[in-house]
Design a protein around this ligand. Structure first.
Ligand code: PBG
Ligand code: ZN
Length: 326
């Protein structure tokens, strides 16, 4: 059938038709809110490169998380900025570290809010790399695994609803699963940053988390932006090792990867709209060049349409509010 019998505009003519034939729907339940927690009390440090984002002490974190939860955001993911850093990132896997303390406080005050914990060493190492180093500054894979596993167990013990390894070491999902199970946390899901690219879009995050590498870059462990088949191999490995949810990161520039992962595997897919994606929208909006609400919601809808079930985004509470208004 072709024109004039076929007229696609018929089903676009009214708001009711458009709603009824919409193929993709974005909901607050799809969103996970990344939050940065710092030591101290009454602390709210604005992150210059991420307007609207602050480093929060635990008391302020509780207030912000409660605000997000009230708007319908079901989950937060925590990133810790510790008091001190060392070669092995020991403040990242200590039982009384900043993230376990934040998890206990959040679960105590807001038991229905899902609290996920990012698992990596870069916020906690003096050199800012995601694993421990050899004498030449190379990140050691197998030596890093037990430290990541210790961190995951510490977060599970504190009450985390999921642990999310973002380090890109080989075999870390298996290491985390074995350690969690060994400590009795068989019910703690692993959200694996399975296809995590070595991206320039992480720039603002490294200010927020104070986790920029002191030398070199992360290309020897994060993925080459040129690759797509490799993402499927990474995802397959993580599922085999026990990942419950697999993540693609960044989201917007990698929607083709989100779609391929969605079409290839039958597990929940998460996508992370990273700091740089957020800051680009914020900067253009601040200049009056785009309509922030339209562009932010369109960017999230695009990620959903590409096949993501869950979206990690700094827009989570604002998007939840906008969606409630629609
Ligand atoms: C740490 C980590 C990073 C992000 C999440 N976990 C930064 C990095 O790998 O350098 C990026 C998140 C963002 O940019 O919003 N492993
Ligand atoms: Zn890291």
């Amino acid at each position: 059938m072709s024109f004039p019998a076929s007229r696609p505009r018929r089903l676009r003519a009214t708001p009711a038709w458009r709603r009824m034939v919409a193929e993709t729907r974005l909901a607050a339940d799809d969103l996970v809110w990344p939050l940065f927690v710092v030591p101290g009390e009454g602390v709210r440090n604005p992150v210059a490169s991420m307007p609207g984002v602050e480093q929060l002490s635990i008391d302020q974190l509780l207030a912000e998380a409660a605000r997000g939860h009230a708007l319908g955001v079901p989950a937060v993911i925590l990133f810790g900025i510790p008091e001190g850093k060392d070669e092995t990132g020991s403040s990242g896997w200590a039982d009384d570290g900043i993230v376990p303390r934040a998890i206990r406080a959040l679960k105590g005050a807001l038991p229905d809010l899902q609290v996920w914990a990012d698992v990596c060493l870069c916020e906690y190492t003096s050199h800012g790399h995601c694993g421990v180093l050899d004498d030449h500054g190379h990140v050691l894979n197998d030596e890093t695994l037990p430290l990541l596993a210790r961190a995951a167990v510490a977060y599970a013990r504190a009450g985390a609803d999921a642990v999310a390894p973002s380090d890109m070491m080989d075999g870390r999902v298996a290491a985390l699963r074995a350690a969690l199970d060994g400590e009795g946390f068989v019910g703690t899901p692993i959200v694996a940053y399975a296809a995590k690219y070595a991206s320039g879009y992480y720039g603002p995050f490294r200010d927020a988390a104070q986790s920029a590498p002191a030398f070199g870059d992360r290309r020897a462990y994060q993925m080459d932006p040129a690759n797509s088949d490799e993402a499927l191999r990474e995802v397959a490995l993580d599922i085999e090792e026990g990942a419950d949810v697999v993540m693609v990161k960044p989201a917007g520039p990698y929607l083709d990867i989100v779609r391929r992962v969605r079409d290839t595997f039958r597990v929940p897919v998460a996508a992370y709209q990273v700091s740089g994606e957020y800051s680009l929208i914020k900067a253009a909006a601040a200049n009056g060049w785009i309509d922030e609400r339209r562009v932010a919601l369109e960017s999230l809808l695009g990620i959903k349409r590409a096949g993501a079930d869950l979206i990690l985004t700094y827009y989570a509470p604002q998007a939840a509010r906008w969606l409630a208004e629609e």
